[in-house]
Design a protein around this ligand. Structure first.
Ligand SMILES: Nc1ncnc2c1ncn2[C@@H]1O[C@H](COP(=O)(O)OP(=O)(O)O)[C@@H](O)[C@H]1O
Ligand SMILES: [Mg+2]
Length: 355
């Protein structure tokens, strides 16, 4: 059987560069080399693409494996209607797997470039990626579709005191502030006072030009793996329980503190709640035009018992301990099989120029 030529992209310009290198290490370890001829391409923090003749692994300070980006003088070029090139030769690529999180990888920009180059790729297309990346856009689409979201206001750098006063009047303290487009909790914080709100906004606006202000809820955090193009598979939800030493599921709890959170691949919830979450996940995935894969995240308000959609990640964390692959595995699809399914879904949709 001929091997499929798979280009794996990792690293990238976003704040989630390092997480991507960890995800890519897992993906490369799990890909069946009898089926795939893998070309690894590391994207450095400036956005330059480096061909990796042989993928190089390192072990990070916390013990996690990560893929190294070995610099090369010759950049990889992405060429309209002609795929990927290096050193004057076209690279053999049947499918691209962008193992990238956040801006410039998960937000539709790369997807548009891959479409223009005529390459098939894993994950959502331009519209689904960009709609999902911007939390204000995703939440507006969900609200329009009649799906439950935590109420919010969108503010930019010029937000006057009246806008903030209105948000406060509507929601009361504490408030939660986060960038519209970011991830890994970067730029997210809660605010209990006017001074904290000012600082929270300044921090959020370091990551994006617009920020969301929401009521800060006391929540259980539940999430669901979803897979598919037109035909969608939803896996039973899992739950993340941040350690009490973190006031919410912040960056440190996610990646730096080994005891930052307990990740339960299967949430301990009753059958009715499980079904509601899975139904909502399916509707949310379709409403933002997601394709390939998506992790739909929920809040369950501890006070009222109400369930809300929080966000959808179109290229969620993919390390061996990440929730997306673990929830799929708990639902019967192990990591290596999951990679096969994602690549099949990418090929089924085909390269952008073919549509
Ligand atoms: N309205 C809110 N109330 C309470 N906590 C929140 C709220 N919004 C976000 N959080 C906390 O911040 C974390 C990160 O926010 P999220 O919207 O998931 O953005 P990111 O894309 O950075 O993961 C959530 O997992 C949750 O712990
Ligand atoms: Mg999140």
């Amino acid at each position: 059987m001929d091997k499929l030529n798979l280009a794996v992209l990792y690293g990238g310009k976003s704040g989630e560069h390092e997480v991507s290198r960890r995800s890519a290490a897992s993906v490369l370890r799990q890909l069946d080399r009898d089926r795939y001829a893998v070309t690894a391409i590391g994207i450095d923090r400036s956005g330059a693409w480096h061909l990796q003749p042989e993928p190089v692994f390192e072990t990070l300070a916390n013990g996690d494996p990560a893929l190294v980006i070995v610099p090369s003088d010759q950049p990889v070029a992405i060429v309209p209607a002609a795929g990927l090139w290096h050193g004057g030769a076209r690279l053999a690529v049947d499918c691209v797997f962008p193992v990238l999180h956040g801006s410039h990888g998960e937000d539709g920009k790369l997807q548009g470039a891959l479409d223009t180059a005529g390459l098939a790729y894993v994950g959502a297309g331009v519209l689904g990626s960009s709609a999902a990346m911007d939390k204000a856009v995703a939440k507006s689409l969900w609200r329009d579709a009649g799906l439950p979201v935590v109420d919010f206001r969108v503010v930019g750098a010029g937000a006057g005191p009246d806008v903030l006063a209105e948000a406060l009047q509507a929601f009361g303290w504490p408030l939660f502030v986060k960038p519209c487009s970011a991830g890994s909790s970067l730029g997210a914080s809660r605010a209990n006072t006017a001074a904290e709100l000012e600082a929270a906004l300044a921090e959020a606006l370091r990551h994006d030009t617009r920020a969301l202000i929401e009521p800060c809820l006391d929540v259980r955090e539940l999430e669901c793996s979803v897979l598919g193009n037109e035909e969608i598979t939803v896996f039973p939800p899992g739950e993340i329980v941040p350690n009490a030493s973190h006031s919410f599921y912040d960056y440190e709890a996610k990646y730096a503190d080994p005891d930052g959170a307990s990740l339960h691949a299967v949430a301990q919830i009753d059958a009715r709640l499980q079904q509601s979450i899975m139904d909502l996940a399916r509707a949310a995935y379709a409403a933002v035009r997601c394709e390939g894969l998506g992790r739909v995240d929920f809040f369950l308000d501890k006070k009222t018992g109400r369930l809300f959609l929080n966000e959808i990640n179109t290229l969620p964390g993919f390390t061996s301990i990440s929730m997306y692959p673990r929830m799929c595995a708990a639902g019967g699809l192990d990591y290596a099989e999951l990679l096969d399914r994602l690549i099949r879904l990418a090929l089924q949709r085909g390269p952008g120029l073919a549509i």
